[in-house]
Design a protein around this ligand. Structure first.
Ligand SMILES: *Cc1c(COP(=O)(O)O)cnc(C)c1O
Length: 411
């Protein structure tokens, strides 16, 4: 606090040391003790991210004529994403700064589409399951759209209840693949049938699943249809900076057709600076994030992703089996990289506090109260340590040696 811009600059070497010291107080994610906020796909991927990002760090995705390289890389990333997610011929999309940006743009596009093509007027609404990400509320709030969150059944979107919440001014229904709290994939085919019946825009939020689910399926995992394979899915959000293992600041927003995407584009000539056409929320777009996404996808390829994601699956299966042995109950049947689990006798938040004492930083769920892990490839090598620390933490809490309880919040 109270920092003022120094009168004179400081040597970089000193600043670097200072930054390293500050970073040393952060969570120890490189050791695999963090299972939220960060993804550790190993040093090979980290190097590609870093070098590719730095190469295009100063370039600007706002200027496709000046930087055809970035335009080409963005188009190729989007095509690779659509290829993985059953995008039909003519499907289209863009790179955004992250999941919240992708969701905001999808909501804006669905609203403008509803107004232009379906004659929706006045107060419109979005119908989403209780487990959907708060980015939908944020987008709705910004655009003065009503959001109707519908209680889940068995932790999944309740399609019948969502149908009851839909009306003529519903611009979008939402399903998650998977939802963040439990890592469970909503019944997207049933949501598709509802969308078909009521002529609704179905958005699948695959922010945390889009770049893992296709590979888990290739590896033999049991992944139900969740993407453009379901004919009524109009748009999807899929984050490159999560299980795409790309550098932060990169997600994809995808549409079934170029016609749908056209409702996203903002085209403004009414100022003295010349016409400005922007597909997403941003003006200036970091070239580094686009370049790093392109580089990581091409570096890993299908085989690389399959191998990394197999490690995630192995970690998740080891955690599931281990926590069950300790008397925890896994919530639902997770198939991807997130697993949440609860305990019927002890407070999971108290267990969280003890794990924190041992350097673990993971997440929580509130309803039901549970521990939450978003696993990375690196976690495969630390599940044994995690489970023995969890056993210790559980014993401490059972013995009344509670530590700090964490509030479930991201801020
Ligand atoms: C992470 C996430 C988001 C938001 O993405 P950000 O990149 O954090 O803005 C949206 N939906 C789901 C399911 C997510 O897991």
């Amino acid at each position: 606090m109270g920092a003022t811009l120094p009168k004179q600059g400081t040597e970089w070497s000193k600043l670097k040391t200072e930054m390293e010291t500050r970073g040393s107080h952060d969570v120890k994610w490189r050791e695999g003790k963090t299972a939220v906020y960060v993804f550790n796909a190993g040093p090979d991927v980290a190097e590609v991210q870093k070098e590719a990002y730095t190469m295009f760090m100063s370039e600007n995705g706002l200027g496709p004529m000046a930087f055809p390289s970035l335009k080409q890389m963005e188009e190729e990333v989007v095509q690779m994403g659509l290829g993985l997610l059953h995008g039909p011929e003519g499907a289209a999309g863009n790179i955004t700064s992250g999941g919240t940006d992708s969701i905001t743009m999808a909501v804006k596009t669905a609203r403008d589409f509803a107004r232009a093509e379906r004659g929706v007027q006045g107060q419109c609404n979005i119908v989403a399951p209780w487990s959907a990400h708060p980015a939908f509320d944020k987008a709705a709030k910004m655009m003065e759209i009503e959001i109707r969150r519908v209680p889940c059944t068995d932790l999944l979107a309740d399609v019948a209840a969502m149908e009851d919440a839909v009306d003529g001014n519903t611009i979008m229904i939402v399903g998650s693949a998977p939802c963040f709290p439990f890592g469970l994939i909503d019944p997207i085919e049933k949501l598709g049938a509802l969308a078909e019946k009521k002529k609704l825009w179905l958005h699948v939020d695959a922010c945390v699943g889009g770049y893992i689910a296709p590979f888990v399926r290739m590896n033999g995992g049991d992944v139900p249809p969740f993407d453009f394979e379901v004919p009524d899915v109009m748009s999807m959000s899929a984050d490159l900076h999560k299980y795409g293992y790309c550098a932060k600041g990169a997600s994809t927003v995808l549409f079934r057709s170029e016609e749908l995407r056209s409702h996203m584009i903002f085209d403004c000539a009414d100022w003295p600076g010349g016409r400005m056409v922007t597909p997403t929320l941003a003006g200036t777009r970091p070239g580094g994030a686009i370049a790093a996404a392109w580089a990581v996808m091409n570096f890993l390829g299908e085989e690389g992703y399959r191998a990394k994601h197999r490690q995630v699956t192995n970690a998740r299966e080891a955690v599931e089996a281990g926590v069950a042995r300790l008397g925890f109950r896994v919530l639902g049947r997770p198939q991807l990289g997130i697993v949440s689990f609860t305990h019927d006798e002890v407070d999971p938040f108290a267990v969280w506090g003890k794990l924190f004492e041992r350097g673990w930083f993971t997440s929580l769920t509130t309803e039901p109260k549970g521990l939450h892990l978003m696993l990375s490839p690196f976690h495969e090598s630390v599940t044994g340590t995690y489970l023995s620390d969890l056993e210790w933490a559980l014993g401490e809490v059972k013995a009344g040696n509670e530590g700090k309880k964490r509030e479930a919040r991201y801020s």
